[in-house]
Each structure stands twice: as C-alpha cells, then as structure tokens.
Design a protein around this ligand. Structure first.
Ligand SMILES: [Zn+2]
Length: 80
C-alpha cells in the first residue's frame, strides 16, 4: 500500500491499526513487543507518540486474563 497520509480514510487507518500496522502506510509494524509501541514507523517514519495509549492496553489484557483466571478458579471450586 503506497497511500499518502491524506488518502488514508478513518476506516482504512482503523483497519491497519487492528492489523498491528502503521495507520498511515499500512506496512510498518506498530508494536515492538507484545504491548510495547514502537517510537515511529520504520517504513514511512510516522511518529507514534500521538497514539500512545499509556497503560490502557495493559489494563485491558489484565481484565481479560483476570476474567479467565477467576472463571477457571470458580469452575475448579465447584467441581472439586
Ligand atoms: Zn508507516
């Protein structure tokens, strides 16, 4: 994808973000690790500082993992 920043619509940018790719070019990786955001796109150089969500993704993962662990603990408690 070689779209310029002006031609990337909101839905295109959102789909690229869901695919963990750069919202502007769609080719550069968005994350350096599991939850670590890269400082900028390695293909087009877009600075990712404006989309840094802070601890939001970590809290989201903790909520999902907590739901699974508590659910499993309840199942074990009921069965045994
Ligand atoms: Zn890019």
């Amino acid at each position: 994808m070689t779209d310029s920043p002006a031609s990337a619509s909101l839905s295109q940018a959102a789909l690229r973000g869901l695919a963990c790719r750069c919202p502007r070019c769609g080719e550069g990786r968005l994350y350096a690790g599991f939850l670590t955001l890269r400082p900028s796109c390695d293909v087009c150089g877009l600075d990712y500082a404006f989309i840094d969500a802070g601890d939001g993704p970590a809290v989201f993962i903790i909520m999902i993992a907590g739901f699974i662990v508590v659910g499993a603990a309840l199942v074990v408690e009921m069965k045994y």
